[in-house]
Design a protein around this ligand. Structure first.
Ligand code: NDP
Length: 259
C-alpha cells in the first residue's frame, strides 16, 4: 500500500483519529499536509510523522473559514504539486435538543465543522483529485446509522447522516472523473473527543469505560484502527470501492440489548 510520491491532505490532524491517520500515511511514505487550529498539537503530530521519514506541511487553519481552506489547498499544491487523497476528519459535537434556546448555535457550530467544511474542501480539492485520479475518505460516525442516545445529540447525529449521504452523492458525481469517495463510520474511539465536548478528564475516562461495555466485543477502538481503515480505502487495494460507508465499531450497532 505504498503512498510514495502521493500527497494526502488531512483535516483535524492535531488530535486523535486525524493524528493517527497522518502517522499511518507517513509510514506508507506519503507527502502530508496536516490541518488544525492548534499549532502545538500539530507540531507533535508532525514530529511523529517525521520519525517515519515524512516531514508534513503544517497548516494552521480553521476549517469553518473559506479563506483558510483555500490557503490549505493552494499551499499543498504549491508544495507537493497536487493532491491524491483528501481525508475530511475534523469534527465536533455540541449539545442541544430541539427544545433548547441555543439549538441554532449548536447547529451552526456542528454543521459548519462537520458538514460545510467537508462540502467546501471537497469543492476546492476535487479539481486536483480529478487530475491525479485520487480519492476522498470522510470520517463519519455510527451516529449516521442509529438513533441518538440522548435528544441533545441531535445536531451531531444529523450532521453525520448528512456526511454519509454527501459521500454517496459525490461518489456518484465524481466516479466518471476517476475519483472515489468513501466514509469510515467509527463507533467509540479513545481520543480527546470526549474532553473536547466538555467532559472533565475523569468523566472522559468513565465515558470511554462505559462505551466499551456497550459494544458487542466489549472494547472501544484506538485511533490507529480507524487510520488503518482509512489508509486501506485510500489505497489501490480499494480501487473497486466507492460511495460506501465502513463501520468500525466493535459491533456496537449489532450488540443485542438484554432487557
Ligand atoms: P478529537 O477531538 O480528538 O479531534 C478533533 C479534531 O478536529 C482536532 O484535530 C481538531 O483540531 C479538529 N477540528 C475541530 N474543529 C476544527 C476547526 N474548526 N478547524 C480545524 N480543525 C478542527 O476527536 P476525534 O479524533 O475522535 O474525531 C475525529 C473525527 O472522528 C470527528 O469527525 C468525529 O466526529 C469522528 N468520530 C469520533 C469518534 C470517537 O469516539 N472519538 C466516533 C465517531 C466518529 P484543532 O482543535 O487543532 O482545531
Amino acid at each position: 500500500m505504498s503512498f510514495k510520491n502521493k500527497t494526502v491532505l488531512i483535516t483535524g490532524a492535531s488530535s486523535g483519529i486525524g493524528a493517527a491517520t497522518a502517522i499511518a500515511f507517513a509510514k506508507e511514505g506519503a507527502n502530508l499536509s496536516i490541518i488544525g487550529r492548534n499549532q502545538e498539537k500539530l507540531a507533535i503530530t508532525a514530529s511523529q510523522c517525521s520519525e517515519h521519514g515524512q516531514v508534513p506541511l503544517v497548516i494552521v487553519a480553521d476549517v469553518t473559514k473559506d479563506e483558510d481552506l483555500i490557503r490549505a489547498v493552494d499551499t499543498t499544491v504549491e508544495q507537493f504539486g497536487g493532491i491524491d487523497v483528501l481525508v475530511n476528519n475534523a469534527g465536533l459535537m455540541r449539545f442541544a435538543s430541539i427544545l433548547d434556546e441555543n439549538i441554532m448555535e449548536a447547529y451552526d457550530q456542528t454543521f459548519d465543522t462537520n458538514l460545510r467544511a467537508v462540502f467546501r474542501l471537497t469543492n476546492l480539492a476535487a479539481p486536483h483529485l480529478i487530475k491525479t485520479g485520487g480519492n476522498i475518505v470522510n470520517i463519519s460516525s455510527i451516529a449516521a446509522l442509529k438513533m441518538p442516545d440522548h435528544p441533545s445529540h441531535i445536531t451531531y447525529y444529523v450532521s453525520k447522516a448528512a456526511v454519509d449521504h454527501f459521500t454517496r452523492c459525490i461518489a456518484a458525481e465524481l466516479a466518471s472523473k476517476g475519483v472515489r469517495v468513501n466514509s469510515v463510520n467509527p463507533g467509540p474511539v479513545r481520543t480527546d473527543f470526549a474532553d473536547n465536548i466538555g467532559l472533565s478528564r475523569e468523566e472522559a475516562v468513565g465515558f470511554w469505560e462505559r462505551s466499551g461495555k456497550l459494544t458487542a466485543l466489549g472494547r472501544i477502538c484506538e485511533p490507529e484502527e480507524i487510520a488503518d481503515m482509512t489508509v486501506f480505502l485510500a489505497s489501490d487495494k480499494a480501487r473497486g470501492i466507492t460511495g460506501a460507508s465502513f463501520v468500525v465499531d466493535n459491533g456496537k450497532l449489532v450488540k443485542i440489548k438484554t432487557p
